[in-house]
Design a protein around this ligand. Structure first.
Ligand code: FDM
Ligand code: MG
Length: 230
């Protein structure tokens, strides 16, 4: 089969703070590279752009921004990466992305007086992930992972609300990963799923989020409190 015709997979990691997303992203990229895959790591927010620097200032509590404004900046920070992402994927590069639109919606929706339907709209038209790995930590293990940092949103109560909202966004592309294990155990689980996804989507068209984003009702098995993985 002509390798050049294969597209890369868009793999997104989501979850609450301290679930191990960043560690797992790096591990996955390293292993895939070693196997000879074309793969690139991305992270949102991307703090390196002009918009990203505004976001970073906000997260560090150096500036205040109205809740809708910061929401749109997070989304704009993804929009400014769309062309690059699309080109890489079509050229056969798999993208491993640390946080994406689901964090965008869940973190804003955890604030008071934010309209859930409104929050989803800026994401419509962005590339839809082929696989979302949602890292879920049991509260027991979470409480043993040490203190939160100093940035905005790094508070237990807020994180609990975010976690509840993440559940509402789960669709068929999601896999819930039990993140309680050692980094190696968690990686093994993720690795199998990613390999399957890379194979599965290589001849499929790229998809975009449509207005039904987060309205998928066909995933009861993902919405329970279990640590089960499909
Ligand atoms: N965050 C992240 C949002 O509020 N909206 C978004 O769209 C994204 C991508 O920013 F608290 C929040 C989530 C987190 C903070 O993320 C910074 P990192 O992963 O800690 O840099
Ligand atoms: Mg953080």
């Amino acid at each position: 089969m002509n390798q050049a015709l294969r597209r890369g997979a868009l793999i997104v990691f989501e979850g609450c703070d301290r679930a191990g997303k960043t560690t797992q992203c790096h591990k996955l990229v390293e292993v895939l590279k070693r196997e000879g895959h074309r793969v690139e790591l991305m992270k949102f927010p991307d703090r390196s752009t002009t918009i990203g620097q505004m976001i970073s200032q906000y997260l560090q509590k150096k500036v205040e921004l109205e809740d809708h404004v910061i929401h749109l900046l997070f989304a704009a920070n993804r929009w400014e990466a769309v062309k690059k992402m699309e080109n890489l994927l079509l050229n056969g590069t798999t993208l491993v992305v640390d946080r994406y639109s689901f964090s965008g919606i869940a973190f804003s929706a955890a604030k008071p007086h934010m309209d859930f339907e409104w929050l989803k709209q800026p994401e419509v038209g962005l590339l839809q992930p082929d696989l979302v790995l949602f890292l879920e930590l049991s509260s027991d293990v979470a409480s043993k992972r040490g203190e939160f940092g100093q940035e905005r949103y790094e508070q237990p109560q807020f994180q609990r609300s975010v976690r509840q909202i993440f559940r509402k966004l789960q669709d068929k592309s999601w896999q819930v990963i039990n993140a309680d294990g050692t980094p190696e155990e968690v990686h093994q689980d993720i690795y199998e799923k990613v390999k399957r996804s890379i194979e599965l989507v290589s001849f499929q068209q790229l998809k975009k989020f449509d207005k039904n984003l987060g309205n998928d009702q066909n995933c009861e098995d993902l919405s329970s409190d279990s640590e089960g993985v499909r």
